[in-house]
Ligand binder design. Structure first.
Ligand code: GLN
Length: 232
């Protein structure tokens, strides 16, 4: 009989700049976004507590691996490689990887990237996807920490393009952050909530059960609508 999550408190690592999934509210400075509202709603539905720790993506994944946090919610793509180290929840969001350039850039295709350098976030699927495309189209990849820094590195002209998650780039472009999407988006893993492999089975089961509940009662859809239909 597996132990239930009910009544327990879990520490959850997340990204710091991955709007609309995880980001600091511009007014309060508090971490907010789809992932954050979702896991709070899930915890409430299941009677457990979460302590959210905004860390950055790669730092959160490393903290999960070393047991410093119980779970990670960070628009984390479910990949075969990561499944060797982590157990994932039911997928909760479909994603993809896209390339974006400065809105005034002449780059209109992957071919136009020949001889140039693009940037992606440390440890991200955007980086691995960019590296594969770079081999094919003759451009280089570099990587840094943090989505905001990533996008700024392109609008400032430091890098020719950025590879990041499709919904994140679409959100940034729609908010007038000076980026435009170029080329066909590439398929990527769906997002899942992660725990360390073989650990925190109670938390994982609680997440899956709570996700079912908030999907059934409309709460999950209202969270998506709040961030995707009426962005601040
Ligand atoms: N979905 C991407 C990945 O898992 C990026 C996640 C993120 O930057 N927070 O690699």
């Amino acid at each position: 009989q597996p132990q239930a999550a009910e009544g327990k408190t879990f520490t959850i690592g997340t990204d710091t700049a991955f709007a609309p999934f995880d980001y600091a509210d511009p007014n309060s400075g508090e971490i907010t976004g789809i992932d954050i509202d979702m896991i709070r709603a899930v915890a409430e539905a299941e009677g457990f507590k979460v302590e959210i720790k905004p860390m950055g993506f790669q730092p959160a994944v490393t903290a999960l691996d070393s047991g410093q946090v119980d779970g990670v919610i960070a628009g984390m793509s479910i990949t075969p490689e990561r499944k060797k180290t982590f157990d994932f929840s039911t997928p909760y969001y479909k994603s993809g990887i896209a390339m974006a350039v400065d809105q005034d850039s002449d780059i209109a295709s992957f071919e136009d990237m020949k001889g140039k350098t693009a940037i992606a976030k440390n440890g991200s699927e955007g980086l691995t996807t960019g590296e594969e495309l770079g081999k094919k189209y003759g451009f280089k990849m570099s990587s840094i920490e943090g989505s905001q820094a990533l996008h700024d590195a392109v609008t400032s002209g430091q890098y020719a393009a950025v590879f990041d998650d499709l919904p994140v780039l679409q959100y940034a472009a729609a908010q007038g952050k000076g980026l435009k999407l170029v080329g066909d988006p590439k398929p990527a893993g769906d997002y899942g909530f992660a725990v360390k492999k073989g650990k925190n089975a109670d938390l994982l089961a609680g997440f899956n059960s709570g996700l079912e509940k908030i999907k059934a009662n409309g709460k999950y859809q209202s969270i998506l609508d709040q961030y995707l239909k009426n962005p601040e």
